[in-house]
Structures are given as C-alpha cells and as structure tokens.
Design a protein around this ligand. Structure first.
Ligand SMILES: Nc1ncnc2c1ncn2[C@@H]1O[C@H](COP(=O)(O)OP(=O)(O)OP(=O)(O)O)[C@@H](O)[C@H]1O
Ligand SMILES: [Mg+2]
Length: 456
C-alpha cells in the first residue's frame, strides 16, 4: 500500500504565482498577495499514512479541492512537493504521471459523470479500458467491483435505470475496479439524500475494513468527517490549521476557527439527527384513506403511521384505533384523523435537542428536511444507543459519541431551555447563595468546560 506526503506545498492561481509564493514565505497574508494571484493552498505539510482514511474539511473556498487535485497531479503545485509512494510527482515526466494516475490513484467526484449510453459494467470498467486491460479481464474486474458495492445484478443496466445512490455506487465501483492503492473522494456523498448518504458511509467503512486503501476524503460535513476519518485535517483560507483524530480536534481545537467547527464541544451537539435516523416503519399517504393506512400499520406491526402528503411533507400521525373506527364508519379519507401535535426535528438538529421530543412521545421522533419532507425517524433506543461509549459500537473509529453518561444527563434537560421564543421558567427563589450558584451553573455543565474526556 502507498502513502502520500505533501511537503511545503503552495498553489497560487493568477498572473504571478511565484511572486505571490515569495511574498507568502516572507510573511505576507493571503489578502496581501491578491494582486499577484489567489493563494488557494499555502504551505501545506501532510503525511497521509498508507491504509488510513484521511479527511480534509473546511469552509467553502478553503482550498480542499485544490489540495486533492495536486495529490493526483491534476494540478501542479506552484511550490513544494507531492510524493506518492516513492514517486515525486513534481519530478516525473508527463507520461510517467499519466501512468501513475492510472495505476495508483482513483478519484470519485460529487457528481459522478457516468457514460449514459454505456452499461453499468462498461462504466465500472472504464478506467481498465484506459489502462489497456483486455476485455475478459475488464469484465471480470468490473463485475467483482460491482459485487463489492452491492450492484452485482446491475451490470447490464443503463445508468438512468439506477437511483442516485446506486449511481454513486457505480462511481465507487469504477474507482475500485481500477484497483489503485489510493482513493481520492471530493465531496463524494454530498449530493445524496441523508439516508442514502449514511448507507454509503457505512459501506465505505465496511469496504475499507477489508481493502485497506489509502483514502483522502473531502467533506464540509463534520458528522461525516468524524464518522469516516481516522484523522482529519482542517483547512482555513488555504492553510492546514490542524491535523488530528476527531477526539483530538474535539478536545483541543487549534484555534477559534476549528473551535467553531466543533461548536459547543458537547458530542450530543456534534452528532445530528441525520446521523442516527432510521427508516420509518410505517408511512401512510394522506390521500390514501384509513383502510390503506391500516394495512400499512398491520404489515409493519405498529400501532400508528406517519402521514405524508403527495410531496412527502409530514402531516402528522394516524393511530390504528382511529383508522379502524373510520373504516367501520365507512369513511374513505384520513381527514380529521391526523394528529399533528407530534414534534418533529430537522436533519441537522443536534442530538442534544432530540431528547426532549423523544421523551414526550411514545413514537420515534420524525426527522424532516428543509422542505418539511419526512426523511427518517429516531426511535428512543437508537438515540440512547448513540450515546453509548465507542468500544461497544465501532471500535476502530473515533466515533463522536459521548464517552461517558455525563453529556447525556446534562444534554437532555438542557435542551428545552434553548427553544427560541419560549419564556424560561422562573427559577425558584434561592434560599442561599450556594443553591443559586448551582442553578445558574446547571445549563452550561457538560458543554464546553466539562472534562468528560476519558481516553483509553
Ligand atoms: N482554477 C482556478 N482558477 C482560479 N482560482 C481558483 C481555481 N480553482 C480554485 N480557485 C480558488 O481557490 C480557492 C480555493 O478553492 P477550492 O475549490 O480549492 O476550495 P474548496 O475548499 O474545495 O471549496 P468548496 O467547499 O466550495 O468546494 C478559492 O478562492 C477559489 O476561488
Ligand atoms: Mg471543493
């Protein structure tokens, strides 16, 4: 397997890149050198180990894509070196670079451009065709890669017959078929629906267990970074400001910018609803009538179903008893049966704020997207499970779940306090100074300054 080294790398776009680098080296800022060019990557030093999943995160424009494109020689650094295994990419010929790119590095992009008129198999085999591999071998390797990503049956289909998530799997299969040691993934899952995205993340982790590739994964999603990354590099304005495990970054952010990424530090705030949600067991269509709703509940063996309209927007829930009554009364619509008092949360609601609705409701808390569409649910058991120390769930990963029960205990009751517009309950008059201290301290405990770190 092959690792990667990035040594003092700069990339400046513009008219006088070398002048800009000289000035940056002399201490000028990115803004100072604007007249000479855009400094996309500034003095980056990274050692990406063979077999690790290395995540690069940072705000838009921080230089992530520019950096990853220098790793496979698509872009040439203005200064510095990229060393891939034993090859210094800046020192090899164009022909050598092409060959290194074909044999050693594959790239998976956000919007994977599949060839629309070629079969899924041919799409997966595409890099092998470029490598000049013979037809039978191409077919064998492509089918093997499709099998790995769960698309073994789809080789003869055309891309348009596949869902978005499946197409992205073809993109992944294509990279796997090339059988390169290094996989570069630039926002590879960002265009996918949250649940599909979660499945892809799980699949990548699973594949990585057996394949042990060197993966450089770019994302601006902290959940994804923490879930996938053995180590994470945080970029800001072209510079790598911190490299570390998710634990290290959570517990000792290098500066305010990084601290902002891991805002409030409490892990129940780092994980969001989308990272733990599951598929709802029963969903009834608002226009479908009580009989259909009942059948859905019966099939799923549940006593209530979530009701959505034609656009999948969540309307509420319907209970089995109400649907039975309505059916007996000969009603053919769910009108009047829908209970809309259930609190839903959005995909990016921090888990800390899911505890309150979960405690109120006997049903899993519905999760909706920015258009109010039902995208998943969070059963209470799943919520609690997400707080269990990492040893018992995913031992190999620096999973951002709480490492002790403390954040859960503090995170739960604290949540209702943050409901905007709700007047806080006045605290009972404190009988003495000591009690007053305790009551004012309570809401912030377990957030920034609670030393819950328990490192093995
Ligand atoms: N080909 C180019 N020519 C000129 N400027 C560029 C070019 N590519 C990138 N830049 C600039 O370099 C900076 C870094 O861009 P880059 O695409 O690497 O950021 P990013 O972190 O990948 O952002 P995003 O999250 O939006 O994808 C930006 O200011 C961008 O405008
Ligand atoms: Mg980018």
């Amino acid at each position: 397997m092959t690792g990667l080294r990035v040594e003092g790398v700069y990339k400046v776009f513009g008219r006088r890149p070398n002048e800009a680098v000289k000035r940056l080296r002399d201490g000028s800022s990115r803004e100072d050198v604007r007249p000479w060019g855009t400094a996309a990557v500034i003095d980056a030093d990274l050692e990406i180990r063979s077999g690790e999943t290395f995540v690069v995160m940072g705000l838009s424009g921080s230089g992530k894509s520019t950096l990853i494109r220098m790793l496979n020689g698509l872009l040439k650094p203005t200064a510095g070196r990229v060393v891939l295994g034993d090859d210094d990419l800046s020192a090899v010929s164009a022909a050598q670079l092409r060959s290194i790119r074909q044999r050693k590095v594959s790239m998976v992009f956000q919007h994977f451009a599949l060839l629309p008129h070629r079969t899924v198999r041919d799409n997966a085999a595409y890099p092998l065709a470029l490598q000049g591999v013979d037809k039978a071998e191409r077919r064998r390797k492509a089918d093997e890669a499709l099998e790995m990503v769960g698309l073994g049956q789809w080789g003869d289909s055309l891309p348009h017959e596949l869902s978005g998530g499946m197409r992205q799997r073809v993109g992944l299969a294509r990279a796997l078929a090339a059988d390169t040691d290094i996989l570069l993934m630039d926002e590879a899952f960002s265009a996918l629906d949250p649940l599909i995205r979660r499945e892809m993340q799980d699949q990548l982790l699973e594949l990585q267990q057996s394949l042990g590739k060197t993966i450089v994964f770019i994302t601006h999603d902290l959940n994804e970074a923490m879930y996938l990354g053995d180590r994470i590099a945080v970029m800001r304005d072209g510079r790598v400001v911190q490299v570390g495990t998710s634990e290290q970054i959570l517990s000792a952010p290098a500066d305010d910018y990084v601290a902002q990424f891991v805002a409030d530090v409490d892990r129940t705030r780092v994980l969001t609803a989308s990272s733990v949600m599951r598929r709802p067991a029963a969903v009834a269509f608002a226009g479908g009538g009580p009989r259909l709703a009942l059948r859905t509940m019966r099939d799923a063996q549940v006593a209530a179903a979530y009701v959505v309209d034609r656009a999948r927007v969540l309307r509420g829930i319907v209970r089995d008893a109400d649907a039975v009554d309505a059916t007996r009364a000969g009603k053919d619509t769910l009108h009047g049966l829908i209970d809309d008092s259930l609190t839903s949360v959005s995909v990016d609601t921090p888990l800390a704020e899911v505890f309150a609705p979960a405690a109120e409701s006997p049903l899993p808390v519905p999760v909706t997207d920015d258009k109010g569409r039902l995208v998943g649910v969070i059963p209470r058991a799943i919520l609690l499970e997400a707080m269990v120390p990492p040893e018992t769930s995913t031992p190999a990963q620096g999973t951002p779940v709480a490492e002790s029960a403390t954040p859960l205990l503090d995170g739960g009751p604290a949540a209702p306090l943050s409901v905007p517009g709700l007047p806080e309950e006045p605290a009972p008059a404190a009988p003495d100074a000591h009690a007053a201290d305790a009551s004012t301290a309570a809401p912030t405990a377990g957030r920034t300054d609670n030393p819950t770190e328990v490192r093995a």
